[in-house]
Design a protein around this ligand. Structure first.
Ligand SMILES: [Zn+2]
Length: 415
């Protein structure tokens, strides 16, 4: 009899726990309303897009709405407003080319041209946007109902062998540098260089670069860097570091993602990982060697392009579309992406995760295919029980904290 009473009591307790954790009072509509309200009231920052590649083209107008399915553009100001996206880091992206004086000069010139295009875009639309270089700027612009345009550099290649270039990039507004891209450079090794490592992490010059970034107040971004380079960044940076667009390797085994050991080191460093919503970093593609080799050949051609190769660039874009059409793959979805956030939060807490879309650089998943659909991530977070305070940390609080810290650290080095 005693046992039966215990079983009944236990069952009742289980049922009550089940009901309280399901939040039965909120309907789908309630959840949507709650999510929309949270999304509107917080600062939302995406830490990585490659849209500036389009800004250097005279026919692309950021103030016009584009169609992601038609012309593959994922980001413009109208869609950012629609998606409640208050700001983003616009990347000065330079594909890796030859590591010699001529290559370095070309990379530097290209970087300056992209910086110019970003500033000109901001100057053209002062009613819509403003350049941001600090958390204060972002919060002020949000208050004024304007989009914050932060700038990051994707690939340290344009630094060349001249450490002095970093100050110039800082003055032009760069607040992070992704140390390398898909191949090794003179700073460090990449996670995806098919020839393997050159330096075993950082080069001696790379150590100097990171020191100078710390001195100036530029965030060290280890997305694209090899595991050894990641641990060198942890070792040599005296300020917290970031991964501006990378996801969890535990959930999706890709060298571009961070494994749990790296995530634990990142938390100790007080840094942040910004989940990259590029489908193959979220969910593993079905193996397709034919597609992979076609894409690799195409990427090599892309990397060799110079500024004046606009016709060739358009041809390659078309080829890209043809390859994707020939080998269609199912995109990861918002639930899959939020699984990465869950995993990271469970492992290292709520203070070290954010979002970096990689729009116009391959990013875009089912349900969050372009900037107009950012609210769906918030909705999924609400459905999983994240509080407003936690969602605010994911959408901007964490990355703004790191930027602030890096800024203060630079100031402390100057005194
Ligand atoms: Zn990238």
């Amino acid at each position: 009899m005693k046992n039966i009473t215990r079983i009944i009591a236990f069952s009742l307790l289980s049922i009550s726990i089940m009901f309280s954790s399901c939040n039965p009072k909120l309907s789908e509509k309630d959840l949507e309303e709650k999510a929309a309200k949270i999304h509107q009231s917080i600062l939302t920052i995406d830490t990585h897009n490659d849209t500036p590649m389009r800004l250097t083209r005279s026919d692309f107008n950021m103030a016009e709405r584009h169609d992601a399915r038609k012309d593959r553009s994922k980001m413009d100001f109208p869609r950012m407003q629609e998606g409640g996206l208050d700001g983003a880091f616009f990347a000065v992206f330079i594909g890796q080319g030859p590591r010699n004086p001529e290559g370095n000069t070309k990379a530097y010139d290209r970087a300056i041209k992209i910086f110019k295009a970003i500033h000109e875009t901001a100057e053209k639309h002062p009613d819509l946007v403003g350049i941001a270089t600090s958390p204060d700027d972002a919060y002020r612009l949000e208050k004024d109902n304007k989009i914050a345009m932060f700038i990051g550099i994707e690939n340290g290649y344009p630094v060349g062998n001249d450490i002095g270039n970093l100050k110039e990039f800082y003055d032009l507004g760069a607040r992070y540098i992704t140390l390398c891209h898909s191949q090794n450079n003179d700073i460090c090794d990449s996670s995806t260089d098919k020839n393997g490592a050159d330096h075993g992490g950082f080069s001696d010059f790379g150590i100097e670069v990171v020191k100078e970034m710390n001195r100036l107040g530029i965030m060290v971004d280890i997305s694209h860097a090899s595991d050894e380079s990641f641990f060198d960044a942890i070792k040599y940076s005296t300020a917290p570091i970031i991964a501006s667009h990378s996801s969890s390797r535990e959930l999706c085994d890709h060298p571009r993602n961070l494994n749990d050991e790296m995530l634990l080191a990142l938390a100790e460093n007080e840094g942040v990982i910004q989940i990259c919503i590029l489908s193959s970093y979220i969910k593993k593609d079905e193996p397709n060697p034919e597609k992979d080799s076609a894409m690799a050949i195409l990427m090599e051609k892309f990397n060799k392009l110079t500024d004046t190769d606009t016709i060739e660039r358009d041809i390659l874009r078309k080829e890209w579309g043809q390859i994707r059409a020939k080998y269609p793959s199912k995109l990861a979805n918002v639930q899959d992406a939020v699984d990465h956030i869950d995993h990271i939060v469970n492992l290292i807490g709520i203070d070290h995760v954010g979002i970096g879309t990689d729009f116009d650089g391959g990013g875009g998943i089912d349900g969050c295919f372009d900037a107009s659909e950012m609210g769906n991530i918030t909705l999924e977070l609400v459905k999983r029980g994240y509080s407003k305070k936690e969602i605010e940390k994911i959408w901007s609080g964490n990355i703004m904290r790191v930027l602030q810290k890096v800024e203060e650290h630079a100031k402390s080095l100057a005194t």
